[in-house]
Design a protein around this ligand. Structure first.
Ligand SMILES: [Ca+2]
Ligand SMILES: [Ca+2]
Length: 254
């Protein structure tokens, strides 16, 4: 019986994988009913749809006057998808990534189980606990969506948002250590996450039911970083001006 159930589960996952990147589809609700899902955000490079969600969106602005390649992060999650919006700081005459850069990377980090004792990546968004006088870092990110966006006019002046490719990295190392000891998941990325954008704005949809580290919690934490032609982070939200920024907490809208 167990074997049949697991085969059914695999079949269901394959079915979901085939349909998960569609904007409109039938979804199986937890209570047993099939529902028609209409995506509240279309990943189309048009950002007007974000305003229609009003205060359901969690918004985080940079508090740094300069030195951050990211200006604003918005996140909205329903039962099926996490939607991420990032405003890029490419509006000033001399942005960090204006010269000599052939790609930028948008890193989306998710603590999907909302468990501070799993995952890792000691960086800008450590959650901490206090044990006596000792402060212990709990970075706790389980999944990294690594989105490489190329300069469309490589060799030309400035940076023009062009093609991109995404890879998914899961945390497989010791909890709350540094450095990703993970496994890249190059296949099925298009089902798990889709993106669109331009030089100023970026939107991303992440399929919750295909989360590679098991079932996501209804409350989770998330942060977004950017690197510019190298490994050094040049943008982060929430930003870390004080060195103690916490990731954004998101509650699924049900
Ligand atoms: Ca849109
Ligand atoms: Ca975790």
């Amino acid at each position: 019986m167990k074997k049949i159930l697991s085969l059914l589960a695999i079949a269901a996952m394959v079915c979901m994988a085939a349909s998960c990147n569609k904007e409109k589809k039938t979804k199986h609700h937890d209570d047993g009913d099939d529902i028609e899902y209409n995506a509240p955000i279309q990943i189309d490079g048009n950002f007007a749809d974000w305003a229609t969600l009003g205060d359901k969106v969690t918004t985080c602005n940079s508090v740094m006057e300069e030195g951050n390649d990211l200006k604003q992060l918005k996140v909205y999650a329903d039962e099926y998808f996490i939607y991420v919006y990032v405003k890029l700081n490419n509006t000033v005459p001399d942005p960090t990534w204006a010269e000599g850069v052939n790609h930028i990377v948008i890193n989306t980090l998710i603590n999907g189980d909302n468990d501070i004792d799993t995952g890792g990546y000691i960086g800008k968004w450590d959650q901490t606990i206090q044990q006596g006088e000792e402060t212990i870092s709990k970075p706790c990110f389980d999944v990294l969506i690594y989105d490489v966006i190329f300069d469309k006019n490589e060799g030309g002046p400035g940076f023009t948002y062009g093609n991109s490719y995404m890879e998914i990295l899961t945390w497989e190392g010791e909890p709350n250590t540094d450095g990703w000891d993970g496994s890249w998941i190059p296949s099925d990325v298009e089902d798990f996450a889709v993106n669109n954008g331009n030089n100023l704005e970026y939107e991303l949809a992440i399929c919750r039911e295909l989360y590679p580290k098991g079932k996501m919690a209804d409350e989770f934490t998330i942060a977004v970083g950017a690197t510019c032609g190298g490994w050094d982070t040049t943008g982060w939200l929430p930003d870390a001006e004080t060195g103690s920024a916490k990731p954004l907490t998101i509650r699924v809208d049900k």
